[in-house]
Write a protein that binds this ligand. Structure first.
Ligand SMILES: Nc1nc2c(ncn2[C@@H]2O[C@H](COP(=O)(O)OP(=O)(O)O)[C@@H](O)[C@H]2O)c(=O)[nH]1
Ligand SMILES: [Mg+2]
Length: 226
């Protein structure tokens, strides 16, 4: 079984739900007040099995610096993938995804794997971003597009596991890939290295608890009706 150490960064405007998406993925929970007040840059460690590969994934979240587009090189350094998030009720946040992708490419190059997440799909009636436009833009940039709700736990695990799967595939089967150390300045263990919650459902992807064998992922909630 090959092992890979991966780094994934959360990108997108403030308030689109990046921290909430990460919490949903790692803890399968949602905090209405939102845990976005801490000052330090943080990351969450989780383990995802993709076929014959175990990926140790560090997902890095911002500490609010995205509001000034001032994430800095440590945040991006050695990233294998990015979750580009926008809020479906906020057109500007979708327009800014384009800026985030440009910045990402400038810092780490264009080979990085990306998924685009339209978050807050529970607020479909307040939608301001044209779904087709977002899907087409993502496809034109080689990225999968997911409509998610961190609040209701819709397709969040799908988005993350699709990204990890794409990264693992793009890296091939070579083992011992070195990625973000997860020890960058200002970083702190977000979840104490605990495994992601069991809300994964992508086929062929298993979440492996640190202390035991991998298990088949139980189903996540079904798609948004949007
Ligand atoms: N309705 C709804 N609200 C959400 C969702 N995800 C996050 N929020 C809310 O959006 C706000 C910003 O979320 P947060 O995760 O802090 O965004 P960040 O600044 O991008 O990290 C908070 O009030 C969250 O409760 C969602 O899927 N649906
Ligand atoms: Mg946040």
């Amino acid at each position: 079984m090959a092992r890979k150490k991966l780094k994934v960064v959360m990108l997108g405007e403030g308030r689109v739900g990046k921290t909430s998406l990460l919490h949903r993925f790692v803890h399968n929970s949602f905090d209405e007040e939102c845990p976005s007040t801490t000052k330090a840059t943080m990351y969450a460690n989780t383990k995802v099995e993709v076929g014959e590969t175990t990926a140790d994934v560090s997902v890095w979240d911002t500490a609010g610096q995205e509001r000034y587009h001032a994430l800095g090189p440590i945040y991006y350094r050695d990233a294998h993938g990015a979750v580009l998030a926008y809020d479906i009720t906020d057109k500007d946040s979708f327009d800014k995804v384009k800026v985030w992708l440009k910045e990402l490419h400038q810092v780490v190059g264009e080979n990085i794997n990306v998924v685009v997440v339209g978050n807050k799909c529970d607020l479909e009636r307040e939608r301001k971003v044209v779904k087709k436009e977002a899907e087409e833009w993502a496809a034109a940039h080689g990225a999968q597009h997911f409509l998610c709700s961190a609040k209701l736990g819709i397709r969040v695990a799908d988005a993350f596991t699709a990204l990890v799967t794409a990264i693992v595939k793009s890296l091939g089967t070579a083992s011992g890939v070195q990625a973000g150390t997860g020890n960058g300045a200002n970083a702190g263990a977000y979840n104490g290295g605990r495994p992601a919650s069991s809300n994964q459902r992508s086929k062929g992807v298993k979440i492996a608890p640190d202390e035991g064998p991998a298990r088949e992922a139980p189903p996540e909630k079904k798609d948004c009706s949007c």
